[in-house]
Structures are given as C-alpha cells and as structure tokens.
Design a binder for this molecule. Structure first.
Ligand SMILES: *Cc1c(COP(=O)(O)O)cnc(C)c1O
Length: 420
C-alpha cells in the first residue's frame, strides 16, 4: 500500500506541538489513553438512539461504554442526568436551544465582543439567526460583569433562556445570582462551562450545578478529554416550558434534551469519542487531576502577575481561572500582529477582541493566553515567569528577538514531554 502523506503531516503536527509553547486557552493535551479510545475500532459502529434504546443492532458493547460514560460524568459534576453524544460544544448548545425554545424566542447571553461565544446568539450562528438574541457585557472600568446590569437587561428583554459562560472571561461566575434573575423573569438558566469545566469539576471554581437548570460544556478544554460536547441537568427539574417543578418532570426535560441532540441536531453518535470521554472523566475523577487544576490556576496567576509587572494591561486586572486577556492598546501593537510575532517564536496564542475594542475582530487589540496545556506538560512557576519574559521581548522588540526567543523556546520545550 502506498504511504499516505497524511501520516507525515500528523508527524509534523506532533513535532509542532512538542517544540512550541501552547498558550491557546481552549487547548490541552489529551492523554495517550484518551487518544487510544478515540482512535479505536468503535469508530465503525452506528448506534443512533440511547443505551438500550437504539435504532441499530449489535449495540450491546457500546451501550455499556456510553452508560459508563454517563455515570462517570454524573459523578464528576454531581449531575442527575447527562447526554454525552454532542459532537462539540456548539452543537450541545444548539441542541439545548432546539429542545427548549421556539424560533423567535428571546435569549440573553454574554456579548461575543466582551468574551462570549458565537453559539450564545451571534448573528452569524444559528443561535442568533433563529432566536431573538440580546446581550449583557462587562463594565468598562472594571472589566467585570455587573450583576445589577444583567438584572436590568433581563427585566427589559424577558428572555426565555438566560445564558452564562464565556470563552474569554477570566473571572468566576455568580450562578446563584443568575438563578435569582432567571426566576424573576421566568427564564431557563443555561451555564455553558466549556472553558472552565475541569476547574469546576475539581472544586476550584463556583459550581453551576446547584443553580442552573441546564449545563453544557466541551470536553477538550480544561477537562482534557477528546473534542466533544456534553449536556447535564442539575438538582432541580424544570419542565420544557421553563417552569421549575418537582421531581416528576426530570424525564420530561431530559427526554426533550435527548431529542434535541438526536434526532434534532445530529445523526449517529461517535461511540469512539464517547469512549474517549469516559476515559477522560475517569482521569478527571482521580486526585491527580485535582492537583493539575490547582496548578493550572496557580500558573495563570503567576503568568498574569509577571505580565502586569512587565507593564501589560490585563482585562479586569488578573484572573480567577486558567486564562487571561491582555489589552495591548497601550503597547502600540495589534492582537493580529502580536499573534503573528509570537507564532514566529513558536509561542502559540490567539488574537482576541478586548471589551470596547475599537478594532475589528480580524485585527483586535488583545491577545488571549491560557495555561491548561502547558500545565499538562508540567510547566510550573519558573517556566511561567520565563514565558512572560519571552512574550515581552517578542512584543516589545519585535523581529530582532524572534529568532533568539524561538531557540530558547525549543530548548525549554525539549525538556518536557506533552504529558508530565
Ligand atoms: C469553545 C466553546 C464552545 C464551542 O465548542 P466547540 O467544541 O468548538 O463547538 C462553546 N461555548 C463556549 C463558551 C466555548 O468556549
């Protein structure tokens, strides 16, 4: 058989991941066992439906796999119910909206321009095309969400679905207050914890489960699993119309959510990915994962303090989680140019709008950094301080430092495998 060039390219990508420093806040390095499950023969199996209720034969084994996956996820978050079939975080959100809303209903989410996600009502996403989307944001002076402002907007908009969660917000969320507001206006409350799931599961951040009607997430960011999405229900059981009722309605809500995933927005589930999710959840239940998430946050705090010491402005002045948003406005460099310069030194990060940005999303005034991936490699305080100094050298001195920093980056990365 002819050698396929794709495998050369995969090897090249492996080399890139090994040699460089990964600061993209939404990325991580899944374990060899997670990848083993994701690359397994389970990819051959069709299993439309749910465990024990499939539209295909031969599902005895995948039924057990998916059931275990659900059980592990529920124990990880203290959830009462979960669906593990969503192919991605955005699809989990689409499934929830399809299940709980009618076209044209109003939704209220965190502004994309302030750090929110496309799937929370952006006009280019189905959430903004099919629903009447409204947004809250951060305050300009503090860089933080002001809950009185959220309440004011919610009372004006009266959304059917209130959404909390973000892609570029470095502060924790007041889920209890969000719930009060949701109850005042009769909204269902959705927390999308795509970024922070691993930190929440190990108790490092506030837990949305006791407060939010529905929780969605990805599995590949701080949770360190395969690429994918999940949907969970917490301890109270709202019916599909958005009225919170007692226990009897759990089936109703869970079954509309199941239908929102399949057949609502997907066909057959990816049982190989579901197996990989199950492996990742088991890993996340171990004490070592809790240690890992503590280090993720410590590293983010060390990196943010070192950058502040070097004269950089951070939105909201720091971080509670794994990520930070640097506002480069005062540095005379755009997010786009910063991303490109750092990229040439093999430090990977992404340009990002900062709140009240005057530049376009293609240029931006900011850059987003996260510590989930480097912490998986075993980077600690010393390496964080080093990274801050490299970032400053590259951004303040440009071309002349890029090559030198790149050599230093390679020399350090060489000391760390992808999995510590
Ligand atoms: C990353 C992210 C998603 C989307 O996840 P995909 O798997 O890329 O579809 C959804 N919501 C939030 C808040 C995210 O940060």
């Amino acid at each position: 058989m002819q050698h396929d060039k794709i495998f050369d390219l995969i090897e090249l990508e492996h080399k890139r991941q090994l040699e460089g420093i990964e600061l993209i806040a939404s990325e991580n390095f899944a374990s060899p066992n997670v990848m083993k499950a994701a690359g397994s023969i389970l990819t051959n199996k069709y299993a439309e439906g749910l465990p024990k209720r499939r539209y295909y034969g031969g599902c005895e084994v995948v039924d057990e796999i998916e059931q275990l996956c659900i059980e592990r996820l529920c124990s990880l978050f203290g959830a009462e119910w979960a669906n593990v079939q969503s192919h991605s975080g955005a699809q989990a959100n689409a499934a929830v909206m399809l299940a709980t809303l009618n076209p044209g209903d109003s939704i209220l989410g965190f502004s994309l321009a302030h750090g929110g996600h496309l799937s929370h009502g952006s006009p280019v996403n189905l959430s903004g095309l099919y629903y009447d989307a409204h947004f809250y944001g951060v305050q300009q002076e503090t860089g933080r969400i002001d809950m009185d402002d959220v309440a004011r907007i919610a009372h004006t908009v009266r959304p059917k679905l209130l959404i909390c969660g973000a892609s570029a917000y470095s502060r924790d969320w007041d889920y209890a207050r969000f719930r009060e507001i949701a109850d005042e206006v009769g909204a269902l409350l959705l927390a999308d914890v795509a970024h922070t799931a691993g930190l929440i599961a190990t108790g490092q951040l506030n837990n949305p489960m006791p407060h939010c009607h529905i929780v969605t997430s990805t599995t590949h960011k701080t949770l360190r699993g395969p690429r994918g999405g999940i949907i969970m229900l917490g301890k109270d059981y709202p019916n599909p119309m958005g009225k919170t009722t007692k226990k009897g309605d759990i089936r109703k809500m869970s079954s509309v959510l199941d239908s929102g995933v399949f057949p609502g927005t997907q066909g057959g589930p990816l049982e190989h990915v579901i197996a990989a999710k199950a492996v990742a959840f088991e890993e996340a239940l171990q004490p070592s994962f809790k240690e890992y998430t503590k280090h993720v946050i410590q590293n983010a705090q060390i990196l943010s303090e070192a950058l502040i010491d070097a004269g950089y402005d951070l939105v909201s002045g720091g971080t509670d989680n794994h990520l930070m948003l640097i506002d480069l406005s005062s540095k005379g460099i755009t997010g786009k140019d910063a991303e490109a310069l750092l990229g040439r030194a093999d430090i990977t990060a992404n340009k990002n709008m900062v709140p009240f940005d005057t530049k376009s999303p293609f240029v931006t005034s900011g850059i987003r950094l996260g510590t989930a991936a480097v912490t998986t490699r075993g980077f600690a305080e010393k390496e964080m301080v080093q990274i801050a100094s490299w970032i400053d050298r590259v951004l303040s001195q440009g071309d002349q430092e890029v090559e030198k920093v790149k050599k230093e980056v390679h020399a350090l990365a060489q000391l760390f495998p992808l999995h510590a």
